[in-house]
Design a protein around this ligand. Sequence first.
Ligand code: SF4
Length: 340
Amino acid sequence: MTKGEIIDLLKEKDEAVIENLLRYADQVRKEYVGDAVHLRGLIEFSNYCRRDCLYCGLRRSNSNVVRYRMTIFEIIAAVFEAKDLGFQTIVLQSGEDPAYTIEDIYAFVRRIKSEFGFAVTLCIGERTYEDYARLKEAGVDRYLLRFETTDPLLFRKLKPDSLYVKRFQCLDWLKELGYQVGSGNMVGLPGQSLESLADDILKFKELDMDMIGLGPFISHPDTPLQGSANGTIDMVLRVTALTRIVTKNAHMPATTATGTIDPEGRQKALQCGANVLMPNLTPRKYRRHYLIYPDKICTDEDPRKCRFCVESMITGLGKTVSRDAGHSLKSSFQQRKSSS
Ligand code: SF4
């Protein structure tokens, strides 16, 4: 698809055309990644962050956040629960928290890999090449680093202490080191144009991302963007569908943010391109404090209930729960793996 065609579909007013688009994306999803939905158990192990992104409730300037940092023991206990619930992949996520050294993370990832055999995904922000290399040695399989927007001016405004060039440099390093790499964007950011959304979609293709997570901007009351209009489910679904059509076989979660702006949002995303769900396994006493955006769903459910809930969602849509770890389907990943 050309950029112009993508912009036209993002602008399209005819509901029948949009319905066709979503239906077509569902067919592409079926053809390239099948009907099985992959489950990734999410553990948010620290909500400290050294950065100050304007849209984020965890930004360092937000003094209303109750900060927490899970101990290694608590992380391992959550991983144990993930094993007990039948997960094969876990995602370890935090703000950019300098209190955990790379050697700390190396140590607990090694332990998780050797004791539990999980596919491990990290989402801990921008690091140096040497850090990423060390974490790869620990056995980390995948890394998520969302660029949020490809518009350099908007990026600079929203992420004042990050460098646009560094962000993409990190994604290149991660690929070079043989990780399965995920990125993503936010839909409906204040000041975002349809043109830049189209650029985001084409960037996912250009970077040949293994995983792509996208969700709506949701205004947090304790940030400088408080009171800004939220992203809409309509636009999130269009971007999901177009991303699936353009990138074919990337793994794409139906995000919690999408389920937060619409109670059926995740189900809708799973019907127009998404093929992954990420149930939250963070201990409940911490989970309610990991609020990048407000009113996040599933902050109080028991992990067992969560697992049951997502399985019902999947089977209710006529799909199956994947029984494998859901590694990348990209041929470029296979090449990177064999050369790294
Ligand atoms: S978006 Fe990430 S890096 Fe930015 S403030 Fe929030 S947790 Fe920190």
